[in-house]
Design a protein around this ligand. Structure first.
Ligand code: ZN
Length: 313
């Protein structure tokens, strides 16, 4: 009998299986995008023979089993082989920085800060910058730019800096990487000063990734969980963080084309379809998407954003 799998969000133990891949198949998906994972990075799979995607029968949250977070070598491989793996700007950064300026934030803590892209922006607005990341190469790069960055988890940082809190805490595209997202959210919320703000972004599970399911970033050891707006709302309620704003990026025509083309190619690569998708069909669907001006009313982009406020003491 199959071993029961526990939901990473609500701890319910009944799930529906959606898909599964072997580690070798995940490696081939990365190869398609020009990334070769080294032996040390492949150790992230911890000898698992198959990775299974589940949907919780109680709350609908989607996650993978076994829980296989990427190790430092895995992220170093991505940082060196993927162009702009750590973005210098993004719509999430702009939303958070506008908020920080409006609310008069003195300092910020960016969890999973990478090489400091958001911290650069925050410092340019006169905000004191702090960050945490587990990739040693990224930490060194952020420190070299003068940011106060530590190779640490939020939990370990909170323990060693007792009571330290910040006007603004951010976590851009981080929560989907961590093995225990509820604990991560709890630790992030603890670092927010009373009356301060928490801004989180995650890949949009109900946007483009609904059909771009084989994009390798969406599989372990990169992402361990998939997120919907309702999941982010529930986390806020559970941790007494007031919801301020939830939103999603628009989906551009170029992303529609890329997702349709590469999803078909990847299905073909894994032997799930006989031939690659026709260029004409992809172009026609992209044309229709653009012609119907879908990006203005369908919020199907790549990221979901959540902004919470911690009640004043
Ligand atoms: Zn659940």
């Amino acid at each position: 009998m199959a071993r029961p799998v526990t939901c990473l969000l609500c701890r319910h133990d009944r799930t529906e299986v959606i898909d599964s891949l072997t580690p070798a198949e995940v490696g081939r998906l990365w190869n398609y995008f020009g990334v070769t994972l080294g032996a040390e990075a492949l150790a992230s799979f911890q000898g698992a023979d198959r990775i299974t995607q589940h949907r919780c029968a109680a709350c609908g949250f989607e996650f993978f089993d076994p829980v296989l977070p990427g190790n430092g070598a895995f992220y170093t491989d991505l940082q060196t082989q993927v162009a702009r793996y750590y973005p210098g700007d993004s719509p999430s950064f702009l939303h958070a920085i506008n908020l920080a300026v409006r609310s008069g934030a003195r300092d910020c803590m960016d969890l999973g800060c990478g090489d400091g892209g958001f911290l650069d922006l925050a410092r340019s607005k006169g905000i004191e910058t702090h960050g945490l990341d587990l990739n040693p190469k990224a930490v060194a790069a952020a420190q070299a730019k003068g940011h106060d960055v530590h190779a640490s988890t939020a939990e370990a940082f909170a323990q060693s800096h007792s009571g330290r809190q910040f006007s603004l805490v951010t976590a851009f595209e981080v929560m989907e990487h961590v093995p225990d997202p509820v604990a991560f959210f709890r630790d992030a919320a603890r670092l927010v000063a009373p009356g301060g703000h928490l801004v989180i972004s995650v890949p949009h599970g109900q946007g483009v990734y609904r059909w771009w399911t084989l994009e390798p970033c969406q599989w372990p050891p990169h992402h361990i969980t998939h997120w919907r707006r309702v999941d982010l709302e529930r986390l806020g309620q559970q941790h007494q963080m007031e919801p301020v704003w939830f939103g999603a990026d628009p989906l551009r025509g170029v992303q529609v084309r890329l997702s349709l083309q590469t999803q078909g190619d990847l299905e073909h690569l894994l032997g799930r379809r006989a031939s690659k998708p026709g260029r004409l069909q992809t172009e026609a669907l992209t044309f229709l998407y653009r012609a119907a001006l879908c990006r203005h009313y369908l919020h199907w982009g790549t990221s979901l954003h959540a902004h919470y406020r911690k009640p004043a003491a």
